[in-house]
Design a protein around this ligand. Sequence first.
Ligand code: MIC
Ligand code: SF4
Length: 645
Amino acid sequence: MGLTLTEKILKAHLVDGEFVKGQEIGIRIDQTLTQDATGTMAYLEYEAMGVPRVKTERSVAYIDHNTLQSGFENADDHRFIGSVAKKHGIYFSRPGNGICHQVHLERFGVPGKTLIGSDSHTPTGGGIGMIAIGAGGLDVAVAMGGGAYYITYPQIVKVNLTGKLSPWVSAKDVILQVLRIMSVKGGVGKVIEYCGEGVKTLSVPERATITNMGAELGATTSIFPSDEITLSFLKAQDRADVWQELKADDDAVYDEVIDIDLSELVPQAACPHSPDNVKTCDEIGKLKVDQVCIGSCTNSSYVDMMKVAHILKGKTVDPSVSLAIAPGSKQVLNMIAQNGALADMIDAGARILESACGPCIGMGQAPNSGGVSLRTFNRNFLGRSGTKDGQIYLVSPETAAASALTGYLTDPRTLGEMPEIKVPEQFMINDNMVVEPAPVEEMDSVEVLRGPNIKPYPETAPLVEDIECQVSLKVGDNITTDHIMPAGAKILPLRSNIPAISQHCFTVCDEDFPRRAKNMGASIIVGGSNYGQGSSREHAALAPLYLGIKAVLVKSFARIHRANLINAGILPLTFVNEADYDKIEQGDEIAIKNVRADVAADKTELTVINKTKNVEIPVLCELTGRTKEIMLAGGLLDYTREKLK
Ligand code: MIC
Ligand code: SF4
């Protein structure tokens, strides 16, 4: 029986477990990446493990999220990360060099290698045939120290692409179509493999747009084959030497097959407030637009920017629209500066932002009250733009630019003939914003620079005998990490300071939650399905840990967040019967007796006694050998420390 591409790469990296669907496997990690908003914690955790130099083939620390610097915090954190990187053998991509996923694809990604990153959009690397997975910072720290990374052996979905995109229809419309079909939870436990003759019609940046936003499916990762198109991209980056051909066997067996005819797709948008709320521009109809933002790790490549510049050239942005553009990397910005495309954007009235995440994570450019904002980004969760009432639509760069000119959501197919804009044969290469680590003989003398914003990892404790406490919060379905631990210009600078950032935990849902939970001392949270979707931020587990959360009981979890809860020593529980969700309310007194003994004895079904309502609720606590040990130890940091001893 033939193998899928995913299986081939996973097999070549397997260090623990067996290839049985649904079971946990450990894989060797070749490369890691971090960004600054999750990186400070990841490096504090790495330091706590006491491994002098990273054991990966390549580890890169990027600064791209926290670049507003409205106080000392962000700049201090940049300095901390830069100095840790220098000391421990990590390449440091300085602020201004670009968004981690865009730069990693351009300069560091290697087909057939494994990459984990402390950012959920790490699967961008799947665009050149990597197994690239988003993870919590602690998992990345462990991988840097040479430890395996554990995933559930995934189901593998084949997305069979046929045909060719019509003019003005974009890779963004492809992934929006996949989201329409599969939904934001349809990818949980799955890897999405793109196959079929349509693949060869898509360039590497287009493929990367699709794998990037596969994160919104909840998928473990997404991957394209590595073919002659991958080779020409790598050649243009002066990196042809890292190329190898990679594809699935012809007789590979998949768990699920989805067919998409590229020629049938039309421009579409994800409507507020979920990336799977997809409608075609026609279906949405007339929509007045207040703001347009172009950029993010999904759509900020050279080709994306050139298309936008072409649409804007010689025109003026509608007076009612604010247009902001953030090119994805220094390479992209430099190239459009030199060929005049940047001037076309400026001339049309675009507000040019630095090469960073910017508005995608609410770092500036919040829309006006109730404003409609079209964005080429990947997430439109409630509140993420920086306002509670912003109406965010996710669209392609073509749709965004066309709409900026008219002031209304505009189907770019109305723009006339589409120019052919190709991936260049040679990118402009200058890695002068990547600082190399100190040579081994000098690493001891590198001083790590810590600012006052950096506070230690919250206190942990081994799993207790019995949990007896109250429910401090009950929430519904599809709760995102942006609900649990909001980001944005005010909160993101606190990422290195768990006591301070925890004061914002869940405030989108309930302003009183942090105070209430802290006062309770210990408590649990109850939620619906797909709890914790979205980001990889372990702060969505560390802030609850700091606030005394002992367990989270939900209908189902998103993959990275569940792993982060376990890493933080918080018990992840799911209802055996989803209807029991109605038998437990905020404020109820609960007990889970003998929980330590039961977990230690591999008992997967536990009982939550609701003392207030006088009912017993059966719950699942599915922890395998390794995750069980982590939970008993009080989290991954304690577990790793014990193991290193
Ligand atoms: C995001 O897009 O939500 C982020 C900000 O990049 C996060 C990481 C973080 O919260 O720092 C992600 O996607 O993992
Ligand atoms: Fe940055 Fe947005 Fe990409 Fe997250 S999704 S890495 S915030 S650009």
